[in-house]
Design a binder for this molecule. Structure first.
Ligand code: GAR
Length: 214
């Protein structure tokens, strides 16, 4: 898992992976910042951690190759970006093609990039949400694995809307990792393809009705 900050999605994955029937095990939490809050939590959970600072390299790929060495050493087979705030090189994306997933705090393809909650409110959308997708070199563009929608309420600011979205992020990321780790969803022909039960059943998640308005 690659993180840059507090690591609440990382924590959701760690907690999900505790279940005996979860098809993945967390073997490494790697941060590009030594002060990423999630590192402490990962260490407390007994998960190996690594820090690869992103500054001071001649280009993006050089940094990515250093990260890649740590990831390969860990034996990881899937890389989850969990609030990892660096763009990845085309080299890294090729290296992990179909095995690299990201969570984004918006219903892609709407609101790629940063400040998604502010922009959703400014645009006046009534529905917002979160997306887990396979990563390709183009930012926030890869095939969608899972999404959850939440309402945008009249009194929302970025903080209240972001908190509502984040609760859904914590639901769909473990679900999406489960789908990828079991091979139930794969990346093929530039799309996320469900190998069991049809793509739509794998890709759509509604919020719990009692959480939807919170
Ligand atoms: C999450 O909301 C995640 O979706 C977002 O950063 C936050 C990280 O929080 N990711 C992106 O914006 C990626 N472009 P966390 O560290 O508590 O998981």
């Amino acid at each position: 898992m690659l993180i840059s900050g507090r690591g609440s999605n990382m924590t959701a994955l760690i907690e999900a992976a505790r279940a005996a029937d979860f098809p993945a095990r967390i073997v490494l939490v790697l941060a590009n910042r030594a002060d990423a809050g999630g590192l402490e939590r990962a260490r407390a959970e007994g998960i190996p951690t690594a820090v690869v600072p992103h500054r001071g390299h001649k280009d993006r790929e050089t940094f990515d190759r250093l990260m890649n060495a740590e990831i390969e050493r860990s034996g990881a087979e899937i890389v989850c970006l969990a609030g990892f705030m660096r763009l990845l090189s085309a080299w890294f994306c090729r290296q992990w093609h179909g095995r690299l997933i990201n969570i984004h705090p918006a219903l892609l393809p709407s609101f790629k990039g940063l400040d998604t909650h502010e922009r959703a409110i400014a645009a006046g959308v009534k529905i917002h949400g979160a997306t887990v997708h396979f990563v390709v070199p183009e930012m926030d563009e890869g095939p969608i694995i899972a999404q959850a929608a939440v309402p945008v309420l009249p009194d929302d600011d970025a903080e209240t809307l972001g908190a509502r979205v984040l609760r859904q992020e914590h639901r769909i990321y473990p679900l999406a990792l489960r789908l990828v780790a079991t091979g139930a969803v794969q990346m093929a022909e530039g799309r996320a393809v469900s190998t069991v039960g049809g793509a739509s059943s794998a890709a759509l998640v509604s919020p719990n009705p009692d959480e939807a308005g919170q």
